[in-house]
Design a protein around this ligand. Structure first.
Ligand SMILES: [Zn+2]
Length: 193
């Protein structure tokens, strides 16, 4: 089994985490009823997600903030992890996460600098790299500085094969594919075991 930590197209032979949550794109529809429904189902999934802030989309920022915090509350008191969607909102997200105690935090589809990567992993957060991560030279630096025990890979909503992501990462990091698979499996077992 190979870990594909965040995928919209689950496949046989891949381990992934299950999640439920209101995406920041949809934050305006985060009614109390929907939050309560997520809370009722929280124990059937590994994580609340994708949740977070996306300052490149047109959704109202205040609505995003409210939806994000309401779902972090749910994650905290149901002892779930969170899958974070972060676009141009690293600082506010880091500040908000500080207020919560969460089982685990994964920044999915991480795009950012080596300094940001270090700040997140110093807090114990995991970084998951996907197809778009490889298109950013800055993010490739971030990947290289991420401690291996905080590393994940994903295909997200793309139809790319997870093997291709591992192959690219293997070349960049200078770590054999089999070892990368072993490392991410260990990380997966740590958060879901
Ligand atoms: Zn996302």
């Amino acid at each position: 089994m190979k870990v594909n930590i965040h995928t919209h197209h689950p496949k046989k032979g891949e381990s992934t985490i299950t999640s439920i949550g209101i995406h920041p794109y949809d934050a305006q529809n985060a009614t109390t009823d929907r939050i309560l429904a997520i809370e009722r189902q929280a124990l059937t999934v590994d994580a609340i997600g994708e949740i977070g802030l996306d300052y490149c989309c047109s959704t109202d920022k205040e609505a995003q903030l409210l939806a994000f915090q309401a779902q972090l509350e749910v994650a905290q008191h149901t002892y779930r992890g969170v899958v974070i969607h972060c676009v141009k909102a690293f600082e506010p997200i880091m500040k908000i996460l500080d207020k919560y105690t969460l089982k685990f935090v994964i920044f999915h589809g991480f795009i950012g600098s080596a300094i940001q990567a270090r700040r997140a992993t110093d807090k114990g957060y995991y970084l998951s790299f996907g197809e778009r991560s490889f298109r950013s030279a800055k993010t490739i630096d971030a990947m290289k500085t991420t401690p291996v025990d905080k590393l994940f890979f994903e295909t997200d909503d793309s139809h790319i094969n997870i093997d291709d992501i591992y192959a690219k990462a293997s070349t960049i990091l200078g770590i054999p594919i089999a070892l990368l698979e072993y490392i991410t499996t260990e990380n997966f077992n740590k958060i879901c075991g």
